[in-house]
Design a protein around this ligand. Structure first.
Ligand SMILES: Nc1nc2c(c(=O)[nH]1)N[C@H]1C(S)=C(S)[C@@H](COP(=O)(O)OP(=O)(O)OC[C@H]3O[C@@H](n4cnc5c(N)ncnc54)[C@H](O)[C@@H]3O)O[C@H]1N2
Ligand code: MOO
Length: 420
């Protein structure tokens, strides 16, 4: 099959300024391109069991439901004494530590207790160690606290946080470090999560250096180091990263043979003398879903459906432009929605902040502008050219600037960057 030259998804009219040289294709509206990337994922990848340690970064395939009441017993919230009824109290017993199961406490008595220990049956409150005074004979405890020790004071009652069976987190939640802690506290050893989408990264460009200072007309490969950790943070499993020579044969073989759910290429999206991506897609029988997006930088980005694997697994390809900031634009526009949807992650919805200063726009395309945020405000950063990473390295978000720009004080959508 040859890459489609008509618009398979919505029939948007061609727009000459965005078409590749010699191509009648229209650039996609930015929002529409993202929605195609999301919907082309179809169903999220299948659910798999994972130990807690291996579940980090996956999305929950089922709601997280409490396996127990939390806390699962009435718990001392402070070091001191468990007391039964009003004081003074006669001291009884050696004390209760966390992890023990105490016997009952008779009315009018008290027992030393440590934070986290189960409160003895019959205890009505915990008196903090700094609020109690024991008489010199060591058997009567007096209350010296500022107010009366009302029932339940400094006891965390069973089920205060949740009841057994109560839903804690919905399916689609990303398993963060915080979720791992919560799941362990709620009694989980394993979680049912969606499989991570596998990604193979193909870095194109014979001019790229992997070490040292740029020299001899060549540049350092900035995307080889930038993309794998970013993709991992999006929930992908990066199964390979390869440099591919600027030649049709090696690129075609690498794309044809890749077992990854998503192949990501960098460079070669335009129509230069050694830009072989479109020819490659045509020759492997790919179907272009997005071929150019009305966004700056990054407009030559593309998304294609590749022929399935021998065992019938769907494969997609995201072509990121070679200019590094343009590649990041392609990553957040096409790769992120595709990978998040394949991995079963819930869409958190747009974040909107206020422009502290005017955000310059492109006359007719969306612009993705590196910004830094302070409170509810965003400020644009300099060095935002397509070949530059200086502004991005300082940024904590990309502002989605509509055509024509945004005036100071107006709201603007932002895409939060990893590591902010
Ligand atoms: N006649 C036209 N030429 C170009 C157009 C156009 O519409 N008409 N679009 C320009 C835009 S916009 C972009 S973006 C680039 C996209 O080019 P490619 O995706 O084909 O990328 P390359 O040509 O391979 O490289 C472009 C540029 O980026 C540097 N590069 C590539 N890979 C890396 C990397 N991993 N790390 C750092 N830098 C990289 C490469 O050396 C080039 O300087 O096309 C424009 N041309
Ligand atoms: O879209 Mo290109 O990204 O401006 O250099």
């Amino acid at each position: 099959m040859t890459p489609s030259r008509t618009d398979p998804a919505d029939g948007t009219a061609p727009h000459a300024s965005h078409a590749r040289p010699g191509s009648p294709r229209a650039a996609r509206d930015w929002e529409r391109a993202r929605s195609i990337a999301r919907s082309c994922a179809g169903q999220p990848l299948p659910a798999v069991p994972r130990t807690l340690a291996d579940a980090l970064g996956h999305a929950l395939a089922e709601p997280l439901v409490a396996l127990t009441d939390l806390p699962s017993f009435d718990t001392a919230a402070m070091d001191g004494w468990a007391v039964a009824g009003p004081g003074p109290w006669r001291l009884s017993g050696a004390g209760v530590l966390a992890g023990e199961e105490p016997g009952p406490l008779a009315p009018g008595t008290a027992v030393p207790i440590a934070t986290g220990a189960p409160v003895p049956p019959g205890a009505t409150a915990v008196l903090r160690s700094e609020h109690g005074a024991v008489d010199p004979g060591q058997d009567l405890l007096y209350d010296r606290s500022p107010g009366p020790v009302c029932a339940g004071r400094d006891i965390r009652p069973r089920g205060q946080e949740c009841r057994s069976g109560e839903p804690l987190l919905p399916a689609g939640s990303t398993v963060t470090e915080r979720v791992l802690g919560h799941a362990a506290a709620a009694g989980y050893d394993r979680l049912t999560v969606h499989r991570r989408p596998s990604v193979e990264l193909l870095v194109l460009g014979d001019e790229l250096l992997e070490h040292g200072v740029p020299r001899g007309g060549r540049v350092r490969d900035a995307l080889g180091p930038l993309l794998p950790p970013w993709l991992h943070g999006l929930g992908a499993e990066v199964i390979g990263r390869h440099r591919i020579a600027d030649d049709l044969g090696p690129l075609r073989e690498a794309v044809r043979r890749s077992p990854a759910d998503v192949v990501i290429t960098t460079g070669s999206t335009a129509a230069g003398p050694v830009d072989f991506l479109h020819d490659t897609l045509r020759s492997v029988g790919a179907r272009l879903l997005v071929d150019s997006v009305a966004v700056r930088p990054g407009h030559p980005m593309l998304l294609a459906e590749l022929p399935a694997t021998a065992d019938g697994r769907a494969r997609r390809l995201v072509g990121l432009p070679g200019n590094p900031l343009a590649a990041v634009a392609g990553l957040v526009t096409l790769a992120e929605p595709l990978l998040r949807h394949l991995g079963g992650h819930r869409d958190p919805g747009p974040v909107r902040l206020t422009a502290a200063a005017a955000l310059p726009g492109h006359p007719c395309d969306t612009r993705l502008l590196p910004v830094f945020t302070a409170g509810q405000e965003v400020t644009p950063l300099p060095f935002d050219g397509p070949a530059m990473l200086r502004g991005l390295a300082l940024a904590d978000a990309l502002a989605v600037v509509p055509p024509g720009g945004v005036v100071a004080g107006a709201t603007v959508e932002v895409l939060e960057l990893p590591g902010r």
